[in-house]
Design a protein around this ligand. Structure first.
Ligand code: A3P
Length: 331
């Protein structure tokens, strides 16, 4: 099957002749990597080749600001929500009372750039007053400059079944919008169970950040979508504390925490004009409807998509893979 996404041929990750040569050499390297469908295998994980160029470029060049906080995740595990919450938390004092008003007109992905895209790697194109960068890159492949820095990271993950279903719907939507026949749910499920999905194997992605959070608890905060749903207000406070901008008593009394919870709720964000009808440019790569990032926002939607046998199979795989790690993901 043909990929729904553009080939790397037309991408231009650099402005200078030197950067153009470098982009060419990334393309040449990527063309030698093992490939399944449109996924290329690099440093133990599977990536769409168009993103690999950006990842390799970040590994070679990205220098974080010392105050940067990294929002890290596997795709479709709650990144958009976490970006909105962290953005709202850290910009609240700039916004003179109207928490997170930028989120009313800007999609969360526009507010927090993704490291894999050239835009995030260019300090000239970042709002450096917002110390947030997001990435789906696995912990073991993060740029050395990030790992060796004192920058904090916040990781979010989710029940693998819901993450898979969310991912399948998202990719199918992208493919349909490009008139490409989507992979069937069954085909995509087989690939996912064998570790092949964007930034997969899913379990290795989760384990990388889980172990880092055990080793460097002051640096890596590990969260789950399900826990965050259960008590969002407590997580907003926890996030603020971890990010070094705790709520004052006065702010708490003024209901600032609850304002952020409501502003970033699925209902609020998904009904904003910008998220209902806008499109989001994935750097220079492709345009995606913002609404694709807001599907249902529920726990357990896998039951409407997978058979109980498929669910049990993925649970077994996750249990085996996480065995001995001390991590139990919600189911
Ligand atoms: P579903 O497809 O299960 O609905 P990501 O942001 O990492 O791409 O993850 C997308 C998932 O998060 C989607 O899950 C989406 O609906 C859900 N989501 C987006 N915004 C959310 C919010 N504000 N609150 C809760 N879930 C949200």
């Amino acid at each position: 099957m043909e990929s729904s996404l553009p080939s790397t041929q037309n991408l231009d990750f650099g402005e200078s002749a030197e950067r153009k040569d470098e982009a060419k050499s990334y393309k040449e390297m990527i063309s030698t990597f093992p490939r399944v469908q449109w996924w290329s295998y690099y440093e133990g994980f599977w990536y769409h080749s168009m993103l690999l160029e950006g990842i390799m470029s970040a590994q070679d060049h990205f220098i974080p600001q010392s105050t940067d906080i990294f929002i890290t995740s596997s795709p479709k595990t709650g990144t958009t929500w976490l970006k909105a919450l962290t953005f709202a938390i850290c910009t609240r004092s700039r916004l003179s009372g109207s928490s997170a008003s930028a989120l009313l007109t800007k999609m969360p992905h526009e507010c927090v750039p993704l490291l894999e895209y050239h835009r995030a790697q260019n300090p000239m194109k970042r709002d450096c007053a917002v110390p947030l960068v997001s990435t789906h890159v696995p912990y073991s492949s993060l740029p050395k400059s990030v790992v060796s820095s004192c920058c904090k990271m916040i990781y979010i993950c989710r029940d693998a079944k819901d993450a898979f279903v969310s991912l399948w719907h998202f990719i199918a939507e992208l493919q349909r919008s490009r008139n490409v026949e989507p992979l069937s749910l069954e085909e995509a499920f087989e690939l996912f169970c064998s570790g092949i999905s964007g930034y997969g194997p899913y379990w290795d992605h989760v384990l990388g950040y889980w172990r880092a959070s055990l080793e460097f608890p002051e640096k890596v905060l590990f969260l789950t979508y399900e826990e965050m749903k259960k008590d969002t207000a407590a997580h907003v406070k926890k996030l603020a504390e971890f990010m070094g901008c705790s709520f004052t008593l006065e702010e708490e009394e003024e209901g600032e925490v609850q304002k952020i919870v409501s502003m970033c709720s699925f209902d609020k964000l998904s009904n904003l004009e910008v998220n209902k009808n806008g499109t989001h440019s994935l750097d220079t790569l492709i345009d995606v409807k913002n609404s694709a990032f807001f599907r249902k926002g529920e726990i357990g939607d896998w039951k409407n998509n997978l058979t109980p046998e498929m669910g049990a199979r993925l649970d077994d795989i996750m249990e085996q893979k996480l065995k001995g790690s001390g991590l139990k993901l919600p189911r």
